[in-house]
Ligand binder design. Sequence first.
Ligand code: DGY
Length: 321
Amino acid sequence: MPKPTVYLTRRLPQAIIQMLEAETCLTVHSSSEVPVPRSSLLQGVRGVHGILSMLTDRIDEQVMDAAGPSLQVISNMAVGFDNIDVSAAKSRGVVVTNTPDVLTETTADLAFGLLLATARRIPEADGFVRNGLWQSWSPFLLAGQDVYGTTLGIVGLGRIGEAVARRARGFGMNVLYYSRSQKPEAERNYGCRYTDLPTLLSVSDYVVVVVSLSEETHGMIGERELSYMKPTAVLINVARGPVVDEHALYRALKERRIWAAGLDVFSEEPLSKDHPLTTLDNVVLLPHIGSATVQTRMKMARLAAENLLAVLRREPPLTPV
Ligand code: DGY
């Protein structure tokens, strides 16, 4: 029997390529750094049985039509799958999979790292030293905000949100959360308390956004929500850019209505170096590296490959959407 055909939208390490090539006839986009251009994607997926995609690839009806009726599986190498039209896939009988769990702790580490970096102005302080601006110790030089013993508000208590809550305990933080549903077990395990969103925003010193992007969460943190926050509060977004209204956030930061923000995700990625946010010194900007450790990215790649191969073997995938 001929091997099924697969299109991989980014060059992955050789171990993953070998794993896929053992069971499929594989076509790989040549770059590991740059997304496949749309026209090459539409061309490359023609007649394939499986697509292994990244969060930078929009996998919509047009791509599924280009693949045609042979398509059985779209395996996304990300926990988020807002880049995939899941209902279009379902209506065609195409299985969609993602890579949850393997990135939970790594992403929570980054969320906490970003929180500390923003609160204590670490990137700004590093630039200060490198640029030869350090003349003397001084009483309020680069003074930030305390983290230990403050209140953390988690927006979206999923797996990553819970992992952030666990870390917050070590910092003696009082943890609040807002989620679609109440999580009594997490409340027992991590001592966190459920509140409505306006209350969470108005009493938290740190607000960490970890909800997945959906119609419901698009623009969830806008002008009004930011206006509830304290002038000393810090907003961290490690979810997806469109959950936060970036223009409203820019205004709130510029007018010092909130203290600072730490952002790993943006409405448009990559963020242009001319974006207004880059002109502010009270925001820390990262290039979507939430799950970017060597170990975790390998686990994600492997899981994405395993999911894809399972469906092509007519076995249940490990982590279907
Ligand atoms: C994901 O998997 O959705 C993350 O954003 C990748 O870092």
